[in-house]
Write a protein that binds this ligand. Structure first.
Ligand code: BES
Ligand code: ZN
Length: 470
């Protein structure tokens, strides 16, 4: 792996450092101590039992940021607080907003973790904990890059606004209204975010796009209660069968989505992107197979795996259920069944429009003999920027300086809905400076973040401030 990367991508100092340090004891630097403290807060935003933990995490941030000499504000929302911090702004300086989220995903299934998710450990050169990558490790790299610059230079070369929320993992319900309310105070020239990925270890990666998202849930109901499947089976429809048919109606056997009008607004890939992406390491089919463990790749015909993930829309079933789930068999005809869906969207698809088309599809394809209840969930627009803008080039120089090789330019398959809202409300584009590796296992058990990425991230932020301020 390392030699292949060296050949294809030049020698990366970070990668070499990292490989040399494998198996070596890591000393607890003050930076790692900060990260461990940050990671110990179980700031799970979706779970109301953790509301106080989310707040305690915000309070820790307030203490950390004021200790750096920044002016800090905690803003209450209907749910979890927003933290804003800034240096003293000067009229002749560019204003850079850095965004991150301090909330994390739930930890289940807990039994699959090798260490308790909120008791971070370092093994194999990686920090293992929920939030290590998404997003606490990457977010703290921003903070510590600023702290180091302040310590070494006494001031920052830019006007800085830190904006940290505790609700990203639940769709940022309160952040866009906050942006509208504080539009003037948050006015900025450019935004930087480390909450995305690198294509492979040691390969600096700049994102210039994100997919949008639209979520929905369907419940199908049949009889008024569970029935004996021998006494009634054959006489009434089975909601579990019906939900399977409804799910199956979304795709043809080649993975193309069959919702009427679904592709109407999809912007075709640019020829230069397709060509550029063919040169990128870490995204060949073999890489997808290695990371996912799937027996083969599968997706829309006519596109590479990277293109399918970065620039084509999808319809995914995130959960499906109904009927008996216990050991052995139980002859039941379940009263209801459900499925949860999310659709990943690309420019210029509009989430609200897609959700209407999806609703029409579900109503049209609902099998006979059941009633349908459609719940529409949260959504977020896709994002696409010009990677060759002046700020984009500054970010690429910072990546080159921090990692010792030229960055690759990608779009991201994941979603950060607030990024498009930043553009619409604040009028600023976002530099996506991802530090996550494909095997960081974000949202899954054993989430991890290489110490090398954390350190490179701190360095990256020092270079970024300098490049953007120049
Ligand atoms: N950091 C991720 C998004 C991400 C990860 C983008 C890796 C690109 C590469 C973020 O925290 C996240 O998980 N977002 C959610 C969206 C949200 C609306 C629930 C997602 O993409 O599922
Ligand atoms: Zn996430």
């Amino acid at each position: 792996m390392i030699s292949a990367l060296r050949l294809r991508h030049g020698i990366s100092r970070i990668l070499l450092d990292w490989s040399e340090r494998l198996g070596e004891e890591f000393c607890m630097t003050p930076e790692l101590q900060d990260l461990f403290t940050f990671l110990r807060f179980p700031s799970i935003s979706t779970d109301s039992r953790h509301t106080a933990d989310v707040r305690a995490c915000a309070q820790w941030l307030i203490t950390k940021l004021s200790g750096m000499g920044l002016a800090v504000e905690l803003h209450e929302t209907a749910r979890h607080p927003i933290v804003v911090a800034r240096n003293e702004h000067r009229v002749d300086c560019k204003t850079v907003l850095i965004y991150g989220h301090y909330d994390v995903q739930p930890v289940d299934p807990l039994a699959l973790w090798q260490n308790p998710p909120f008791e971070p450990e370092i093994r194999e050169g990686k920090i293992w904990a929920r939030g290590a990558t998404d997003n606490k490790g990457q977010m703290l790299a921003h903070i510590l890059g600023v702290e180091k610059t302040l310590r070494e230079q006494g001031e920052l070369p830019v006007n800085l606004i830190f904006l940290f929320e505790g609700e990203e993992e639940i769709g940022s319900p309160n952040l866009a209204p906050f942006l509208r309310e504080h539009r003037e105070a948050l006015r900025c020239d450019v935004i930087a975010v480390s909450d995305t990925g690198m294509v492979a270890a040691g390969v600096p990666t700049m994102g210039y796009g994100l997919r949008g998202i639209a979520c929905a849930e369907v419940t199908l109901r049949g009889p008024k209660g569970d029935l004996h499947s021998g006494i009634y089976g054959g006489a009434v429809a089975n909601p579990a069968t019906a939900i399977a048919r409804l799910v199956a109606s979304l795709h043809d056997s080649n993975g193309k989505i069959l919702v009427d009008g679904f592709y109407d607004d999809v912007r075709p890939l640019e020829a230069w992107e397709r060509e550029m992406w063919q040169q990128i390491p870490g995204v060949a089919d073999a890489d997808f197979l290695a990371v996912t463990g799937s027996p083969s790749v599968f997706g829309e015909e006519g596109y590479s795996s990277a293109e399918r993930v970065w620039a084509r829309p999808t319809a995914e079933v995130n959960g499906i259920g109904g009927g008996y789930q216990g050991e052995g068999s139980k002859t039941v005809l379940p009263a209801e069944a459900f499925a949860k869906f999310s659709f990943r969207l690309v420019p210029d698809q509009d989430p609200k429009d897609i959700l209407e088309k999806v609703r029409a599809h579900f109503e049209k394809h609902c099998p006979a003999g059941v009633s349908i209840d459609i719940y529409i969930g949260h959504d977020g627009k896709p994002y696409l920027a010009d990677p060759h803008s002046a700020d984009g080039k500054a970010a690429q120089r910072a990546l080159t300086a921090a990692f010792g090789s030229e960055p690759v330019l990608i779009r991201e398959g994941g979603s950060i809905p607030i990024i498009q809202s930043f553009r619409e409300i604040l009028g600023a584009d976002t530099l996506l400076l991802g530090l996550a590796l494909p095997d960081c296992q974000i949202h899954a058990p054993n989430e991890n973040f290489p110490v090398a990425n954390f350190e490179a991230g701190i360095l990256l932020n020092q270079h970024l401030l300098r490049e953007l301020g120049a």
